[in-house]
Design a protein around this ligand. Structure first.
Ligand code: ADP
Ligand code: ZN
Ligand code: ZN
Length: 751
């Protein structure tokens, strides 16, 4: 009976650093339940670990007597289907990441941990604890005391995590209170539905019956052709901001759902696209679909529930950011990648995959359609259209024929001459802001940094305070007078004199959102309401949402923010956008700098004039002739792309070849650079055919968190072929154990 034998011995891919699957036996009572993709607990030496059943017919047949039994099933149903296992294998090969690492990132940790009980922790005060005395006992633990007093004043038990988040105290404080029996814990079973009210947009609750524009109808038809073929097809939807791309996505979704298919809808970052997310929810909840929102703020339990709703086939629509690409949607026939050009889709830790590219591959495995949407598509995607791998539809007009905003360039070099010092807000921009305020219209000011003054520059010797670990300038935060490193978090009190020459002339150069907020306040009438929104606020997600809400309701006149307000937000009453430092993205040491600058400027400009009034944009720049700025000003995507493609072609940069970054890092600078050099010599002595090697060089951020970094860049036509040859050489290369190396395929970040 070969089948019985086959099922008795299985291969398990264990998590936690095991490259190869291991063989195990299945005890009789479990045989009927074991399938490919099941999560099992196995003995490994003295430990118990978990892993995925990866094969029911091991290629090698080790001696049964030496094999151990698997211990248990962690989840009743398989956690991965055959399709996702295939996807994992491809990712592991293409991104040169170990298979267990890939699998681990595919399965939410709550699922891996076998979490089952749907209970939520509640906390209440222990009435036996005398109030005064307890407060006295807690006087050296302010956080515990704060929580204790809060519980004392509460009328009933409170949800533990919500409460500590609200108070800003740590979980350890709560646990200490419980341990000392000053508070009591209660576990309640509940149905978690975290995303219930989070993304329902009250202003937009009822989607009106929409009559598609000509262009929308055309795009919908073109996409529909691909959907009906039931074949793999990536499709680019290129549409200017405000052209109604979302409606086209919805049409495609409705068609796929009507054929019984499932849908994945990816946005670059859920918190930055609350309107898109709530539009999806509103639109499809009415149609009795349960829309799962998959985002990083979900608690483990919520994620488990979301995951179960999807695996069971109960939910056919998942909206989320990058990692939602692994959501086990059944019969997945459509994947939408909104703002496909966004770097946020690239994961900058292991496995270093690109969400968009994984989406395309997953659509292929499912014979489905992958719909990529953007106003400014990446050159990679446009190249794929060019070589006919992807099809494309275009939306060239804004809804209702609204005009694209009028863009003014403000030459800051001239402004600086006129004003004798460097103004942060130019005269024309200030005038325009005032006018909007008097006209009761709203404005957005956009810049790229945060903090009060970016750096502390000595006027006498030019010294800039730098982080001792990261070789980047530190940022001054006015709130506490500290300098901070934004890479490693190191902070120190800001000096009052130059640490290099002792001069007291420390100019605070550069500017952040806080500074812009202050300056704007000083230049506008007293009653104007100016509010800042930046990365610091993202950690307090309610504050972030609240601010956006107030802005939408017209309670704020001017919103000051970083690139996060450039994305998918739609405020009809905004008629003015000011870009304070258009040049920053151009100064990055990156061949994509121009593309990024173009995309950002276009995106930001798209925020102006989305209502029935025309918009205006002021771009302050020291490089008014840079092509990215000129083309963005004219809203000329194809003009920019044509010029940029030529440059890329000349250097054979992506999209004409793949770029792989190879980083060496270690605590010793000499040793790290030595090994990077040695490796380069190895490649020289034994070259890989068709490969161009650049480097080694010190990374722009040479030192991060105490590690020195040197890198090489490889340009290749074929990643898989390159990696095969690379790995042979790499295995034979004796790298010191104090040095680590990292491969980043299709690298985005090169700092
Ligand atoms: P994009 O994503 O291309 O920037 P949106 O999808 O956000 O554009 O659409 C812009 C606005 O136009 C939204 O408020 C949307 O509800 C509205 N809209 C889209 N299509 C139509 C249509 N056919 N008729 C009327 N309004 C529409
Ligand atoms: Zn100095
Ligand atoms: Zn640092």
């Amino acid at each position: 009976m070969p089948s019985a034998i086959a099922i008795k011995m299985i291969e398990v891919q264990a998590f936690g650093g095991f490259e190869k699957p291991l063989s195990y036996l299945v005890p009789n009572h479990m045989i009927s339940k074991i399938q490919i993709g099941c999560l099992v607990r196995i003995p490994l030496g003295k430990r118990k670990v978990i892993g995925i059943v990866s094969s029911l017919s091991p290629k090698e047949k080790p001696n049964e007597n030496k094999l151990k039994n698997i211990l248990s099933l962690v989840q009743e149903k398989p956690v991965l289907n055959a399709e996702l296992i295939k996807l994992a294998r491809w990712m592991s090969t293409y991104y040169a990441s170990s298979i267990d690492n890939v699998l681990e990132s595919m399965i939410p940790s709550a699922v891996r941990d076998g979490m089952e009980e749907k209970t939520k922790r509640f906390i209440k005060i222990n009435k036996q604890a005398p109030y005064e005395q307890t407060c006295e006992k807690l006087k050296n633990s302010p956080q515990q005391k704060k929580l204790f007093i809060y519980l004392k004043n509460a009328s009933s038990e409170l949800a533990l995590h919500d409460t500590i988040n609200l108070l800003g105290v740590g979980i350890s404080s709560a646990n200490s209170l419980l341990k000392k029996q000053f508070a009591i814990e209660i576990n309640k079973t509940i149905k978690r539905d975290a995303y219930k009210d989070e993304f329902s947009d009250t202003n937009n609750n009822v989607e009106q019956k929409i009559c598609l524009t000509k262009e929308q109808a055309q795009a919908t038809r073109e996409i529909s052709i691909s959907i009906q073929k039931k074949k793999f097809q990536p499709h680019l939807l290129q549409g200017v901001t405000g052209s109604g791309k979302t409606e086209v996505y919805f049409q495609a979704m409705e068609e796929v759902l009507s054929h019984g298919g499932g849908v994945l809808f990816l946005v670059p970052e859920v918190a930055l696209a609350p309107q898109t997310v709530s539009r999806v929810r509103n639109r499809f909840t009415i149609q009795n679909e349960e829309v799962v929102v998959w985002h990083s703020h979900l608690s483990a339990g919520e994620r488990l529930d979301a995951w179960k709703a999807v695996t069971s086939g109960h939910s056919r629509i998942v909206v989320g950011a990058r990692s939602a690409i692994f959501a086990p949607v059944q019969n997945l026939k459509l994947i939408i990648i909104d703002e496909e050009h966004e770097p946020a889709y690239k994961q900058e830790e292991n496995p270093r995959y690109h969400g968009r590219d994984v989406a395309v591959y997953r659509a292929m495995l499912n014979q489905g359609v992958c719909l990529l949407g953007s106003a400014t598509p990446s050159l990679e995607t446009l190249h794929n259209v060019e070589i006919k791998k992807y099809t494309k539809s275009e939306l060239t007009k804004r809804i209702d024929g609204r005009e694209l905003p009028l863009v003014h360039l403000v030459d800051m070099r001239k402004e600086a001459q006129r004003e004798k010092n460097i103004p942060i807000l130019s005269q024309p921009l200030v005038e325009a802001l005032r006018q909007r305020y008097y006209d009761r219209e709203q404005s957005i000011l956009f810049l790229n940094r945060r903090g009060f003054n970016t750096t502390m520059l000595c006027h006498d010797c030019g010294n800039v305070e730098q982080c001792k670990d990261c070789s980047i300038s530190m940022t001054f935060h006015r709130t506490d007078g500290y300098l901070r490193c934004h890479i490693c978090g190191y902070r120190k009190p800001a000096p009052s004199f130059c640490t290099s020459c002792r001069s007291f002339e420390i100019l605070k150069k550069g500017h952040g959102t806080q500074r812009i907020e202050d300056i704007t306040e000083s230049l506008l009438p007293k009653r104007a309401v100016i509010q800042r929104i930046d990365a610091d606020m993202m950690t307090k997600k309610n504050l972030f949402r609240q601010t956006l809400d107030e802005f939408r309701k017209g309670k704020i006149d001017i919103l000051v923010g970083t690139q996060m307000i450039a994305k998918g937000l739609d405020f009809p009453n905004v008629t003015l956008v000011g870009v304070i430092d258009a040049d920053l993205p151009l100064r990055m040491e990156d061949f994509r700098a121009s593309e990024r600058a173009f995309q950002l400027l276009t995106q930001v400009s798209g925020r102006a004039g989305r209502g029935d009034r025309a918009g205006e944009v002021y771009i302050q720049t020291y490089a008014p002739h840079a092509s990215s700025i000129q083309f963005a000003r004219q809203g000329d995507v194809s003009g920019f792309v044509e010029e940029e493609m030529e440059m890329r072609k000349e250097y054979a940069y992506p999209p004409f070849r793949h770029l792989v970054r190879h980083i060496f890092k270690g605590r010793s600078q000499d040793k790290t650079s030595y090994y990077a050099e040695q490796w380069a010599k190895t490649l020289e002595a034994n070259p890989i055919e068709g490969l161009e090697v650049k480097g080694p060089a010190a990374a722009p951020l040479e030192k991060i968190k105490g590690y020195y970094r040197f890198h090489l860049f490889y340009l290749t036509n074929n990643v898989t072929r390159f990696l095969k040859q690379y790995q042979v050489r790499r295995k034979a290369f004796p790298l010191d154990h104090e040095i680590q190396d990292i491969i980043d395929v299709d690298a985005f970040q090169i700092s």
